[in-house]
Design a protein around this ligand. Sequence first.
Ligand code: WT7
Length: 671
Amino acid sequence: MATLRGLRTTPQCFSRAIFHYSKGQKRFLCLSKQANSQLAFVSSEYNEIYKRSIEDPDKFWGELASTRLQWIKPFTEVMDCDMNVGKHRWFMDGLLNVSENCLDRHVNRSPESVALIWEKDEPGTHETVTYRELLKMTCQLANTLKNHGVKKGDRVCIYLPNCPLAVATMLACSRIGAAHNVVFAGFSAEALASRITDAGAEVVITADQGVRGGKTIDLKRTVDEAVSKCSGVRHVFVMSRTGADVPMGKKDISLEKAMSEESAECAVEPMNSEDMLFLLYTSGSTGKPKGIQHSQAGYLLYTNLTFQHVFGYEPGDIFSCVADIGWITGHSYVVYGPLSNGATSVLFESIPTYPDPGRYWETVQRLKINQFYGAPTAIRLLLKYEVDWVKKYDRSSLRVLGTVGEPINADAWHWYNEVVGEKRCTVVDTWWQTETGGIFIAPRPSADNSTPKPEFATRPFFGVEPVLLDSEGVELHGNNVSGNLCIRGSVPSMARTVYGDHRRYLETYYTTFPGYYFTGDGALRDKDGHYRITGRVDDVINISGHRLGTAEIEDALDNHPDVAESAVVGFPHDIKGEGIYAYVTLKEHALITPEDLRLQLKKLVKKEIGSFAAPEIIQVAPGLPKTRSGKIMRRILRKVAANEFEDLGDVSTLAEPSVVEGIVNEHKKLI
Ligand code: WT7
């Protein structure tokens, strides 16, 4: 049987093992290496291991941390956590270095194994980088940063396209103890500047240009504009991606030139388990984006473990997560999860439709990809094309198909499973967040192959205890219930704080439902105890898997001199999942035409946030529906945007009920 994989008990297997508890004794078991015939057995094992992970997290995580990570100094205490005050402390007093865990230990064993395959934007072209080469690049970068004054604890801003140097830059920061702050290279100069300022970054790393879908993007120009607003920036390192002749100012330094002058060795900085590893900004329901702060050991252990078990990764596999490193998915499952396991990780620089809608599957065939991890929005886009775009490529290497970022609808799930995976692969719908650091709810290939369930993220990972609460904060027990999705108990990878604003961290995540972490999502638990994520319950919208706070977009719209007030909501969108619908009211004497206003407002949002945040529909509304106390009734605006006029609910509590009729009429003119 070609797919039968025996239980291998090589030393590597032990080092990658998850503990199996049996009769009170600890023994190792490589779950992902079970023969197919043993799947049922593994499935029943899940319950036992899961139960123990929740009942005795100290033992569960302590043993995993000591075997799966390489320590400079062992930790003395496993956990000190208190969900009432959002306190997560793991692996106390331990010293380790994340880049050593991701590079040196693999270089020592097999220097020539491939760490990264860079699938470049130019169709049909890829470059491989071995662990030895990646370590060399990382050390040269680390020395470059050090020699330009970057010290332990400093924040370095990275504004780069998906490429090996970007990964090396992240690892170089972790090598010297600096925290990286990667900003997705699609954010505008304004958005970049506010992140540089909030993080207090003195060094920015960028490229001359980026290339995506055959188009060049002037990254350096955006950085110049951003840096002109950030007086604290001392150096801007510029990598060459296209070789374009970009103007170089006083702060600018050619990255390759600086690196070439540096030694290829750099001693690692011993870091405390709880030191900051990175910041990543993400939107919430109110205010400006928050710098989510992650730790060293807890984050690394959790991404290391979930990578292996959620994707059924085995040594020698080629893993491909097509996310950009600018998002948490890229951090955890392009960089830290795969590299800490010594895996081969594909870095995808392009888009799903360039040069044609067969791009993903041509890449799968050429690189012989075993696990493919993508976003529902791309699947929804691709399923509109002829199936031949998929079928003409050999996909027999694929075993696992993952999705993340937003709910996947049944049509997209079935297409992924049947057309792409030929019903042979396990589809893993993975639910998690920037704040959770790693996958929290997902099926696992070793255990769930026989029970696919469209639209369900199914079960929590080991150590994660989801609970559903009603709006009063009362826990909903049993199955067949829906409520606010919260997490009871700490998990090593959870965010430690919001950079520079711990109070906001507590207010956002730990005060709505005291004693729990509040995710901001709603979920349903079905008769089998499996979870289905139903979407955000706050004012966060999800456009093509990009999370945006409505308040951020409203702030941008309100900057227009003619706009009196605005309210933004999401509406169902075929491909993007949600589209952005903006209602604006004008100041009394505004003379602008609606057409001009729409153009100017879209431009404003692109400038303040980025093109992906520009509203699809802008309604110049006669007024906004408000309660007598002045609160905007978004529920009504959402319904109108979704064409659900019949069921607007009770409008009698509005200050001016007639406004609703006005916005419905305007809406009908627009669509
Ligand atoms: C929000 C987090 C985690 C990596 C990418 C997004 C939504 C995420 C799923 C899923 C339904 C999902 C949630 C969550 N989400 N995965 N499998 N099914 N919804 O990270 O930008 O922090 O966004 O994305 O609403 O809260 P993020």
